[in-house]
Design a protein around this ligand. Structure first.
Ligand code: ADP
Ligand code: MG
Length: 379
């Protein structure tokens, strides 16, 4: 995903910061109301503290239910990351939670819900507002990519003819092989920067063009899903915005002053993770069935990376961090324990029927708060 021909990235250490974790509690929705579900998640007034039964967890922020209104989420969690892009800091927003907990709604990476109010559309707006105010001093180049990781295959959501496009035949997962189109590969360049080779990098000039990429990719994700098993719940969708800036440092007053350009490059990954549940409940009739115990390799590896990084003792002992165990963790290597400012939004349902999964989500997210990142300015 590194822009072709971009100058070598050199970095300067500037700060240490922990992964920030926010919880987004959505309201009870249709099915849950029909089943007369009770609200089992409560927020301690005035505190970012969530209670579920006898369990209590503190986060950086809590939104929804009776916590802070979710309209504050962008300003508190994502807006500082967008500002950081202009200083050359990479950033990542991860939406985690069980299927139906509101990840796609929160991110705004779906085709309908949250398409205006979601974090991605708001991030794009903020980005272009800032560019508008700086465009006289700085030259900008923007690229977006949008990929999906499904069963350890990377699918290019901006290339409708991708060889990795998933197709369903009789409910079975199949693949369309288009000769000549090599699969997308995750690579690490000599500077340790993770790149995606072979994915579409759209160069965009306007907010409309960027919004079109988001919409096109979201549609492609939706139509790649089967009806029987909604694959979007099993795939990770990663929308990445790359911001390159060249600042002209010559004031223009003195023609003898050498012209020196300052180059900065930063990426924002916006990630709608696969559903975190292990045994899936499907069907609007409330029927329960197990699909065997399906464990998503990316989420399993993500959990192992979080526990290796979040445990101070393990970290001091230099424990192995299993980034290479999945495509997701390989691609997001910098986002966890590396060169990125990272926010995880843990999405939960308040309904008592989801209490077990909600507790799992709160525990998982709580561990991520211990991760220390080392964001640096990418020159
Ligand atoms: P996920 O992506 O985690 O599977 P979705 O984002 O698709 O979940 O949300 C599941 C359902 O809940 C959708 O119908 C969505 O419209 C609704 N929903 C999610 N979050 C909210 C919210 N904050 N307010 C209102 N409805 C929501
Ligand atoms: Mg979703």
């Amino acid at each position: 995903m590194e822009a072709a021909g971009s100058p070598t990235t050199t970095t300067t250490a500037t700060e240490d910061c922990c992964v920030k974790v926010a919880v987004h509690i959505r309201p009870l929705i249709g099915d849950e109301k029909l089943q007369a579900c009770q609200d089992c998640v409560s927020v301690v007034p005035g505190k970012p503290q969530v209670q579920l039964g006898t369990h209590s967890f503190t986060f950086d922020h809590v939104y929804g239910s009776t916590g802070t209104p979710s309209s504050f989420m962008f300003d508190e969690c994502v807006s500082p990351l967008v500002d950081g892009l202009f200083q050359g800091y990479n950033a990542t927003v991860l939406a985690y939670g069980q299927t139906g907990s509101g990840k796609t709604y929160t991110m705004g990476s779906g085709c309908k819900d949250g398409s205006q109010t979601g974090l991605i559309p708001q991030a794009m707006n903020a980005l272009f507002n800032k560019i508008e105010s700086l465009k006289h001093q700085i030259e900008f180049q923007l690229h977006v990519s949008f990929i999906e990781i499904l069963k350890e295959e990377v699918r290019d959501l901006l290339d409708p003819n991708s060889s990795n496009k998933s197709e369903t035949t009789n409910g079975q997962q199949g693949k369309v092989n288009i000769p000549g189109k090599p699969p997308i590969q995750i690579r690490e360049n000599s500077n340790g920067v993770i790149t995606l080779a072979g994915s579409t990098e759209c160069s965009v000039q306007t907010l409309k063009e960027m919004a079109d990429c988001l919409e096109q990719g979201s549609l492609s994700r939706a139509t790649g899903s089967t009806n029987m098993n909604n694959q979007s719940s099993r795939s990770h969708a990663i929308f990445t915005i790359t911001v390159e800036q060249i600042r002209k440092t010559n004031s223009g007053d003195n023609i003898n002053e050498p012209m020196s350009d300052e180059y900065l490059c930063a990426k924002l990954h916006l990630v709608d993770l696969a559903g975190s549940e292990r045994a899936k409940r499907t069907g609007s009739d409330g029927m329960r069935f197990k699909e065997g115990v399906h464990i998503n390799r990316g989420l399993l590896a993500l959990g192992n990376v979080i526990s290796a990084l979040g445990d101070e003792k393990k970290r001091k002992e230099g424990a192995h961090v299993p980034y290479r165990d999945s495509k997701l963790t390989r691609l997001l290597q910098d986002s966890l324990g590396g060169n990125s400012r990272t926010v995880m939004i843990a999405c939960v349902s308040p309904a008592d029927i989801n209490a077990e999964e909600t507790l799992n989500t709160l525990k998982y997210a709580n561990r991520a708060r211990n991760i220390q990142n080392k964001p640096v300015v990418n020159r």
